[in-house]
Design a protein around this ligand. Structure first.
Ligand code: SER
Length: 317
């Protein structure tokens, strides 16, 4: 069994990843860490939690030794729109913390590291339809620059030190447990809350802005599959293209309308539109399918149905 430390365990991905990994490997084998206190009762009740500032390498090292950790899922990150407000902080948190994790994984001989990259690693020069695994990478947001830099660092640590670090270019992730903060794809979550609460939503992207997206169940299932794949199957140590469904704000609004008649979505694009306009509309993930058997489960309609079911329960309507 791996002995896992998760950073950013209170975040959008971390809160669900922690529970899923505890379910799979046992609660004593998964340590949750964050700079924030967990609000979610399940996260707190299901296993150990420690405060951790990922900018302090020695602090991570102490926890690794205390809990005999051999695997790190480094999920801490500042997202795209938040990054533009404070680029220095985005660089520090996203790049310096990754360097800390890679260094200590190398120095302490850890077995594996997972780190999320993003579709934001692509840029205006990358083909926008069916974006290939290997293509022009010229991100022009600080978030995208940190993700592409991080991919290059991971690749370097694999080639130079044989550190088993694996990564995925996550698309916009949709989930009902913990809301994201400061992303460009956040509209695809906010729209559900507003549809249920007020039957109205003002979307900050244009109605025809197509972006690659994925339901959190698929993201977690795919990440675990990548991490459990035999090392010889992993043929890139940059991040793998990874996608499920591409849709526009209008398409998801129409799908929600099928369940909530009378729901009205209007559009008031803001500065996040200029970020979305440099990202792929769809991604070619055939290399991940070929190398380690990636296959998503959720279609747009299945995801919308499941989101509404869970969110209605959560919001007690
Ligand atoms: N969901 C992220 C964002 O919007 C993209 O990786 O910033």
């Amino acid at each position: 069994m791996p002995k896992i430390l998760i950073t950013g365990a209170c975040g959008q991905i971390g809160s669900e990843m922690t529970l899923a990994l505890r379910e799979r490997y046992g609660k004593d084998n998964v340590l949750a860490t964050d700079i924030r206190e967990p609000e979610d009762e399940n996260l707190r009740a299901s296993g150990a939690f420690e405060y951790l500032n990922v900018l302090e390498e020695q602090h991570i090292a102490r926890l690794v030794q205390k809990y005999k950790i051999d695997t790190i899922y480094h999920l801490v990150g500042i997202l795209s729109a938040a990054g533009e407000k404070n680029p220095d902080n985005a660089w520090m948190v996203n790049v310096n913390s990754l360097k800390n994790v890679l260094d200590l994984a190398k120095n302490l001989g850890l077995r594996q590291v997972f780190w999320p990259s993003s579709i934001a690693a692509f840029g205006p020069g990358s083909p926008r339809e069916n974006t290939p695994q290997a293509t022009i990478m010229d991100p022009n947001t600080i978030y995208g620059i940190t993700k592409w830099t991080g991919e290059l660092l991971c690749n370097y640590y694999y080639n130079k030190y044989r550190l088993d670090v694996r990564s995925l270019r996550y698309p916009g992730l949709i989930s009902y447990v913990t809301p994201p903060g400061g992303g460009t794809t956040d509209y695809a979550i906010d729209i559900f809350y507003q549809a249920i609460k007020t039957k109205q939503y003002i979307c900050f992207l244009r109605e025809d802005t197509m972006l690659p997206m994925m339901y959190m169940d698929d993201a977690i299932g795919g990440t675990v599959k990548l991490m459990e794949a035999p090392a010889h199957a992993i043929r890139t140590r940059l991040a793998y293209n990874f996608t499920a469904i591409s849709f526009t704000p209008k398409q998801i609004a129409d799908e929600i309308k099928k369940h909530i008649p009378g729901f009205v979505c209007t559009y008031a694009p803001d500065r996040r539109q200029t970020i979305a306009d440099t990202w792929p509309r769809s991604v070619d993930d055939s290399v991940a399918q070929r190398d380690w058997g990636w296959k998503p489960q959720y279609t747009l309609s299945a995801m919308v149905e499941d989101m509404l079911k869970h969110l209605k329960k959560k919001l007690k309507t």
